[in-house]
Design a protein around this ligand. Structure first.
Ligand code: ADP
Length: 322
């Protein structure tokens, strides 16, 4: 059934650059269509605590260039219980909210699927995570900015590694997914990329590094996804096996922040508009994402029940180029 009165938008789980651009597009599209928009602050926690306020076009001014999320985000254990979700649904009803756009990762979208199943409220999801690990879409909001941030850091680490003839282990975020590490590794020209999805032979990697140093190489960069192994542990083993001075750099939360790239701003804006139009026209249980450059809709339940795998083409390319 088409929505006549009000929708809400929220960001949830780990923040990612471009969430603001997506929320802004949802708000401005809904207002353009004559539908009120509420912002739910601090994810599901805010939904349960009734941190819900009506937004205007001005509420989302001066935001498209900002990282983080103006709505705030949080993790909420209570929402994982039926009683918690009931409390959230009651608050939505109190404000006359007839549909909800959720911008977040796998966990947040799973929570949304439960709200839909238990409360019957229309839910549209947008994948927002730097990990790019949501099934059914080859893009998630923030992944491009995070990859650029990681590549920029690796460029800098390469300079200092080369000056000292060091091996540099760079630990990249990504939760259980190796996408960010793989893309950052390929785009920065790292010698080795270690990701959870692909088997690796550390003895062989160390042997190749020693040989390359004997051939005159000045440095070596190993990018490791946090889900594969700890950067510190890896550094210790590599140093011991190669006998070469090895350092570790854990990129950490800088990968989450920063002004979103043009790609993230554009794609987040396109997804935000589609999400608002879909929910207003009565759609539910869909996630909007990208497939080969085009916006696509994915069934929400398919998206949360399936696990995304790494693109084998990227894995192959990485093995050829590094
Ligand atoms: P992300 O959305 O970035 O993957 P999380 O996995 O931490 O982040 O999920 C964010 C929030 O979504 C959680 O704090 C919780 O409130 C809700 N959530 C996550 N998984 C579930 C689940 N299986 N059932 C219900 N709610 C969930």
């Amino acid at each position: 059934m088409a929505i006549k009165n009000a929708i809400a938008v929220m960001t949830s789980g780990g923040d990612s650059p471009g969430m603001n651009a997506a929320a802004r597009a949802v708000v401005r599209t809904a207002l353009f269509e004559g539908v009120k928009v509420f912002g739910i602050h601090n994810g599901y926690k805010g939904m349960l605590n009734d941190e819900i306020e009506e937004l205007t076009a001005r509420s989302v001014s001066d935001l498209i260039q900002r990282g983080g999320t103006f709505l705030g985000t949080a993790r909420c254990k209570e929402f994982k219980t039926v009683e918690g979700r009931r409390k959230g649904l009651d608050n939505l009803e109190k404000h006359g909210i007839e549909g909800l756009v959720i911008i977040g990762g796998d966990g947040s979208l799973t929570g949304g699927s439960m709200l839909s199943k238990e409360g019957g409220i229309p839910i549209v999801g947008l994948p927002g995570t730097i990990d790019n690990d949501v099934w059914g879409t080859d893009y998630t909001i923030g992944c491009d900015t995070a990859a650029n941030t990681a590549v920029d850091a690796i460029n800098k680490l390469r300079d200092t590694a080369s000056a000292h003839r060091r091996i540099m282990v760079v630990e990249v975020m990504g939760h259980t997914s190796g996408w960010l590490a793989l893309v950052a590794g390929i785009a920065s020209g790292a010698e080795f990329v270690i990701v959870p999805e692909v088997k690796y032979d550390l003895d062989d990697i160390c042997r190749q590094i020693v040989e390359s140093y004997q051939g005159g190489r000045r440095y070596s960069i190993i990018v490791v996804a946090e889900g594969a192994c700890s950067g510190v542990g890896l550094k210790n083993v590599v140093q011991e096996k190669t006998g070469i001075d090895t350092r570790v750099s854990i990129l950490g939360h800088i990968q989450r922040g920063g002004s979103p790239s043009v790609e993230d701003r554009m794609k987040a804006s396109m997804l935000g508009e589609r999400a608002a139009l879909a929910i207003i026209s009565g759609a539910s249980d869909v996630v909007f994402g990208f497939d080969e450059g085009k916006v696509v809709s994915i069934n929400l339940f398919d998206s949360v029940y399936n696990k995304k795998t790494l693109d084998p083409e990227l894995v192959r390319l990485s093995s050829v180029l590094v």
